[in-house]
Design a protein around this ligand. Sequence first.
Ligand code: BG6
Length: 488
Amino acid sequence: MSETENLCDVIIFGGHGDLAFRKLMPALYHLVEDGYLNHQSRILTVTRREMSNEEHIELVKSKLLEFMKEGEFDEARFAEFAKQLQVVRVDLTDEESYRSLKEALDLYPERERVNYLSTSPDFFGSICKALNHWELITPQSRVVLEKPIGRDLKSSRAINVEVLKYFEESQVYRIDHYLGKDTVQNIMALRFSNRFFMPLWDANNIDHVQITVAESVGVEGRWGYYDDYGAMRDMIQNHLMQLLCLVAMEPPCSLDADSVRDEKVKVLRSLRPMSPSDIETKTVRAQYTQGSSDGEAVPGYREGIGVENSDTETFAAIRVDIDNWRWNGVPFYIRSGKRLRRRNSEIVIQFKSIPHSIFANKGRCISQNALVITLQPKESIKLKLMNKIPGLTEQMRLQQVDLELNAPLNAKRKPEAYERLMLDVIRSNPTLFMRLDEVEAAWKWADIILEGWAENIVPMKSYNAGSDGPSAAIALIERDGRSWHDEF
Ligand code: BG6
């Protein structure tokens, strides 16, 4: 890296928030440590709190120690990193108070600027307006928007319209941190760099696809936000939809941002809109009640947040149909929830049965092949194949075995999603960020379900914390003669 490469000012709005401390600061620390962010770059934390730079540095240090993995924090490196940190006091509701930010940024007017809006989306418009008012938006500026962008298509549009008054679409980076995960990017590598998947990846060969993102944690102090959003808006509309797109999209003509995003948006536009009766039979929403997590008793969602009549779903399962040639008749079953038995995110590509079996196999049927991509917590890719059980039995006996693909063990630390994404913004590479039309297409599909749920077309189910989710989710897939690949 040359001295001027990746030299920029990173400005974090909502800089003393949970995300900033938990994810953004550790990501920036590692980028500096690994030489990806120039050590002359500044990291400006925008906060309403009155504090000196020394106090801010102490606070960042304590948070890095809290949130970074054991052994990652190094006192001497932090001392260097701390030189790049600066706190700027701004009251986001008072345009006048941005003067302090102007003074700080004007020291380097030509420098590239990454404005990271890690605030409630309610502030996105006013922050951009204030930046414009103080002439802080230059052609070298980018703005990063954290999800969720709105609660539905209408509010999402309103936010985007505001932001796009001041920034060009090419300057806007809408984050979905799942796209920054190495394992998620590997889906593209797997699909588009291995010839043998090419002829198999369609309705002729695939029976169905399952996408699960299960969490064992609850809402973790974020209930003020979560209770207004729920699993559909928090996870399904964005993270699970993006995973679905990566599995379902056509091969892009290149890896450039628009080629990839063009293909993803085509998938989102092909999602079959749900009729009221579809909502009834193809969607499940549920909320957890008391139970246990990691051997400890935990309260139900409502007691936990102290809102007796909350109608927010903490779990959702949906059968998604994609109306295009490749996926005709191939359902995608997706589910996500909090306070489930264990953390597990995986994608299962379930292939069709063989057309005819020549093996008696002692009454046992031949299991269908499956490709199982586990994203977290343990990463793995397994191809489930049938194999002969060794032995001299008269009839050949078979069993299913896993062909496991182990990523070559690299001594180096695996980068976190936010490192990848932050670096891409710094490098002006928007491939892993959502374009406006993608966000809108995903909302369009999700809105119909959310409206149906608001009308109570499908009742809210419950499940015990620490369980495998509501039985209705099992019924959802079993109704089609299929079953979830695994319990959580
Ligand atoms: C966030 C959601 O986007 O993703 C959280 O707001 C969720 O509710 C989190 O817990 C899950 O991310 P990860 O990377 O831990 O799977």
